[in-house]
Design a protein around this ligand. Sequence first.
Ligand SMILES: NC(=O)C1=CN([C@@H]2O[C@H](COP(=O)(O)OP(=O)(O)OC[C@H]3O[C@@H](n4cnc5c(N)ncnc54)[C@H](O)[C@@H]3O)[C@@H](O)[C@H]2O)C=CC1
Ligand SMILES: O=C(O)C(=O)COP(=O)(O)O
Length: 530
Amino acid sequence: MAPISIRTVLISESVDPRCRAILEENGIRVTEKQNMKKDELIAELKDYDGLVVRSATKVTADVINAADNLKIIGRAGTGVDNVDVDAATKKGIIVMNTPSGNTLSAAELTCALLMSLSRNVPQAVMSMKQGNWDRKKFMGSELYGKVLGIVGLGRIGKEVASRMQSFGMKTIGYDPITPVEVSASWGVEQMSLDQLWPQCDYITVHTPLMPSTVGLLNDETFAKCKKGVKVVNCARGGIIDEAALLRAVESGQCGGAGLDVFVEEPPKDRNLVDHPNVISCPHLGASTKEAQARCGQDIALQIVDMVKGKSLVGAVNANVLASTFSQESHQLIKLGEAIGAVLQSCTASQTPLSQVHVINQGDCMKSSTGYMTSAVLVGLLNHGSGCSSNLINVLSLAKESGIMVNQTHCASDGAAAENVCKVEIVANGCSYKANGSVQCGVPILLELSGSVFRQPVALTGNLLFFKASASPQLLSSVAGLLATAGVEIESFSGPSDRTGDLWYCVGVSSPLPDLGALKSLVKEAAQLTL
Ligand SMILES: NC(=O)C1=CN([C@@H]2O[C@H](COP(=O)(O)OP(=O)(O)OC[C@H]3O[C@@H](n4cnc5c(N)ncnc54)[C@H](O)[C@@H]3O)[C@@H](O)[C@H]2O)C=CC1
Ligand SMILES: O=C(O)C(=O)COP(=O)(O)O
């Protein structure tokens, strides 16, 4: 993939100073501006290639759509629910996070809340500060021997499990993705949520916030829990339904809650925060020096590595790009884009484009199948159209335009070129094909809609394609017309077959000023610069 140029970055929250320092050491200009309202952020962001946020900046679709220069949104942390990732993807903007930098801190705060719930530590502290000495009121219970249900057995869930096991807790859990044997290897027995709820003395949630996790704990599931169950949410507000939680603590069905996160932050409705059995923090899970140093440093290094074309780490919406950071993939992407551009030029009058099928042939093309399709689409959609799709958004743009996209991989057929990208498109109901490969680092076209070139076309520079039936005068007539227009011929590729209307390609010193001049000599003509 072409290196992404990031010259300016706006940091809109309190991010560790290492982030700014690393970006600046690598020639990126950085501005830090916090607590901006939405309109201010929109106005400010116009000038930046990159934005670095934590959880407070709401990077909504309006913000993204107004940010015409933005190429990357870096999240110094884990959750990206404050970023409209779909809107960013559609706009071709990479969203990147640093998911492991704050794992330990979030896990430790979770454990602190579990321990505080078991011994009423915060309530006892408050009481002491009010001058009291109440040893009865704050009677607690041991964690030893109790059952902890962990919903979400990812990075943080796992760390919470091992820490709480050291207190003698039995850890059970549920996760739709983490395999049962994996969590068993760190001491968590997995089961369905219906089996889990009634067994737990404590429940802690560690999932992302998404439709399937909104309100995981609600009136119905609280009713399935042991009376007096204590719950912790150090993940995202809303995973435990706040209204249901309030009802459960009021009725005693829930014996206490430890909350670090809220649906609205800071929460305007203070009923939960003010309840005596609820202890809470202002989203402090990642607020440690260590976590902030890691996240600030990681996001800056990830951005710098991407700009330098070294690697793409932490992209949440552009995984296909992670495999595009090698010389070989740069060449294949150029090939895909060039084949797409050739097909677009040679079928420009044929609209609408309704189908694209990319067949990657040969062993070396196996790992490139994902991005080759996007590269071909970029060539097809961008060329001569003013559209500026990229590898990140082109699939969704194609889908929006109603183009059916297919990709397959097949083994080499033993022909001279082992690794071939074959593209078939349907435009205006007619089918067109182009096959290409990379030879000595240069993308080449082997075949165009039935014309197998005797000399492959090097897909670079100014190319003039024309379709005509072979005749002894054809080439001299075309050469004469080009000479009259002051255009020099630099290369020539003709079809190996001689029957019927076939495609020819001439590499020229400059585009022909009037393509119409060829009309009397050929059936179709197209030119492009690659
Ligand atoms: N309070 C804070 O300051 C912090 C909060 N977080 C939040 O903690 C949460 C967990 O973070 P990580 O462990 O790093 O994420 P992770 O991606 O490593 O783990 C999440 C796990 O949830 C599982 N999951 C998805 N849907 C599920 C469902 N319906 N039921 C049960 N499990 C489900 C996934 O399979 C995955 O294993 C995230 O929401 C993150 O934003 C993370 C860091 C700091
Ligand atoms: O990383 C996460 O998911 C967090 O919730 C931490 O948020 P923060 O960076 O402290 O605003």
